[in-house]
Design a binder for this molecule. Structure first.
Ligand SMILES: Nc1ncnc2c1ncn2[C@@H]1O[C@H](COP(=O)(O)OP(=O)(O)O)[C@@H](O)[C@H]1O
Ligand SMILES: [Mg+2]
Length: 256
C-alpha cells in the first residue's frame, strides 16, 4: 500500500487561544476525492490552511506526501483554489493568460518558452477549455471560470488539488459537470483532491470520503456508509435532511 497523501493526527488549531479545530484524525489515500463538509465557521478553511502550512497547529501532526506542511509548501506539489477568488471582471486577460500566470510565478519575468505553452495548453485541454483559450476571462460563465482556475493549478503539475468551496455560485448543471471533471482528474491523472463544501447533499454522490467537521470531526468515512444522524446533527444542527440511502440500508436502520 502506498503511503497516504495526507495523514492528520490529533490536530488542534486555535486563533489567539480560541480553539477552532480539536483532535482531528484522518487519512486521505492517494488518488481519492475527500470532501470536508460543515456549516460556515466550522473550521473547514482552517483545516485546509493547516494542511498547506499556512496555519501552524496548536497540537498534533500533519504529514503531506510524507513531508511536513512547511516543506510541502515549497514543492509546488499542492495546487490550491482559494475560497471567493475575486477578479476584476474588466481586467483584459484571456483564459490562456490566467493559466500562464502560474508558469510566470515559477519563472519570474522570463518569457514563456515552448515547454510553458505546452503545459498551459495541455492543462486547458484537461479541463475541456481548449476552444476558449483566447476568450476574455471576465466574459466566461462561472463554471468555465472555475475550469480555467483548475487549469492554472494543473499547469504546476501538482499531486494534490485543494479546492475551497469551488461550487459556490454555480448552477446545478455547472456544478454537476464540475464534479464530473474532478472525478476525471482523479481517474485519468491520479490526482488526490481535497474539496471543501457546505453542501453535503451535493458532494456525497461524488466523493470517496467525507469528513463532517464542526470544530471536531463527527464523521469520517465513505458517503456510501450511512452517516449516523447524530453525526449530522452535531455538524449541521437538527434541521438538516440528507438522504443518500434507501430503506434497505442496514446502518440507517440500526441508527434509528
Ligand atoms: N485569521 C483568523 N483569525 C481569527 N479567527 C479566525 C481566523 N480565520 C478564521 N477564524 C475563525 O475560525 C473559525 C473557523 O473559520 P473557518 O476555518 O474560516 O471556517 P469555515 O471555512 O468552515 O467557514 C471561525 O470562527 C472564524 O471566525
Ligand atoms: Mg471557509
Amino acid at each position: 500500500m502506498p503511503e497516504p497523501a495526507v495523514i492528520i493526527r490529533d490536530l488542534t488549531v486555535a486563533y489567539d487561544g480560541n480553539i477552532v479545530l480539536e483532535d482531528i484524525n484522518l487519512e486521505v489515500a492517494r488518488g481519492e476525492i475527500m470532501s470536508v463538509v460543515g456549516p460556515n465557521g466550522s473550521g473547514k478553511s482552517t483545516l485546509l490552511r493547516a494542511i498547506m502550512g499556512f496555519k501552524r497547529p496548536a497540537k498534533g501532526s500533519i504529514l503531506v506526501l510524507g513531508r511536513s506542511p512547511d516543506e510541502i509548501q515549497k514543492t509546488g506539489l499542492i495546487g490550491y483554489l482559494p475560497q471567493n477568488m475575486n477578479y476584476d471582471q474588466n481586467f483584459p486577460v484571456s483564459a490562456f493568460d490566467i493559466v500562464a500566470m502560474s508558469r510566470y510565478s515559477r519563472k519570474g519575468i522570463e518569457r514563456l518558452g515552448p515547454e510553458d505553452r505546452a503545459a498551459i495548453n495541455g492543462s486547458l485541454e484537461k479541463v475541456k477549455m481548449q476552444s476558449q483559450t483566447d476568450k476574455h476571462f471576465g466574459s466566461l460563465s462561472g463554471g468555465q471560470k472555475q475550469r480555467v482556475l483548475i487549469a492554472r493549478a494543473l499547469a504546476m503539475k501538482p499531486s494534490i488539488l485543494i479546492l475551497d468551496e469551488p461550487s459556490i455560485g454555480l448552477d446545478v448543471v455547472a456544478q454537476d459537470s464540475f464534479y464530473r471533471l474532478l472525478q476525471k482528474l482523479r481517474d485519468d491523472e491520479g490526482l488526490t483532491i481535497i474539496l471543501v463544501s457546505h453542501d453535503i447533499g451535493g458532494v456525497s454522490g461524488v466523493v470517496d470520503k467525507i469528513a463532517c467537521v464542526k470544530r471536531q470531526m463527527h464523521f469520517y468515512g465513505s458517503p456510501k456508509d450511512c452517516i449516523p444522524s447524530t453525526a449530522l446533527e452535531k455538524t449541521f444542527g437538527t434541521n438538516v435532511y440528507f438522504l443518500s440511502h434507501d430503506s434497505e440500508c442496514g446502518t440507517c436502520r440500526r441508527d434509528k
